[in-house]
Design a protein around this ligand. Structure first.
Ligand code: GAR
Length: 200
């Protein structure tokens, strides 16, 4: 059987998307394995999820670093130490720099809780409610130097209901996030995104 591709997952919080990736990677026929989970937040619950799955964890707090580039260089070092070939941002609430992108030849995926290019940045669900859109959703995209702006890999839409609050919409979007992220990762490690990779 072909060896599974080692993936690093970067988180800052609860890690429900991480859990979906861990569950997918646990299936024998899934072509990726999570080699390390890295968080910038020491208390992120996702670290516990990783430990429960027997996956190594690393915390790299963002505070002591003089620049985003210096922080990313430290992250790259940790990911490389675990043999990572693809990186998944999963609720990692930091802007990444070309230092990280170039280290992995652009093999960096992100998930965002909107139908990009609508509502990039923070509070995507709040933005959707404020604009009164009737469809919201989630997007997996390759990361580039912009904010939530790289080539789109996968999307799923959900309805926005009249009674929705930010929390109910967030929960409905998360459900589809958990489906599209593992599928996008499968495509990525199979080399199917090569035409979208700007750096190689
Ligand atoms: C998810 O909704 C993800 O799309 C979002 O943070 C949440 C993390 O949840 N990411 C962004 O907003 C990035 N711009 P999780 O920790 O339960 O996976």
């Amino acid at each position: 059987m072909t060896p599974k591709t080692p993936v690093g997952v970067l988180i800052s919080g609860s890690g429900t998307n991480l859990q979906a990736l861990l569950d997918a990677c646990a299936r024998p026929d899934f072509p990726a394995r999570i080699a390390v989970v890295l968080s910038n937040v020491p208390t992120a619950y996702g670290l516990q999820r990783a430990q429960d799955a027997g996956v190594p964890t690393v915390v790299v707090p963002h505070r002591p670093w003089p620049s985003r580039e210096a922080y990313d260089a430290a992250v790259v070092e940790k990911l490389r130490a675990h043999g990572v070939e693809w990186v998944c941002l999963a609720g990692f609430m930091r802007i990444v720099t070309p230092v990280l992108l170039e280290a992995f030849g652009g093999r960096v995926l992100n998930i965002h809780p909107s139908l990009l290019p609508s509502f990039p940045g923070l509070h995507a669900q709040r933005q959707a409610l404020q604009h009164g859109v009737k469809l919201a959703g989630a997007t997996v995209h390759l990361v580039d130097a912009g904010m939530d702006s790289g080539p789109i890999v996968a999307q799923a839409a959900v309805p926005v209901l009249a009674a929705d609050t930010e929390d109910t919409l967030k929960a409905r979007i998360l459900e589809v996030e958990h489906t599209i992220y593992p599928e996008a990762l499968r495509q990525a490690v199979r080399g199917e995104l090569a035409p979208l990779l700007a750096v190689d």
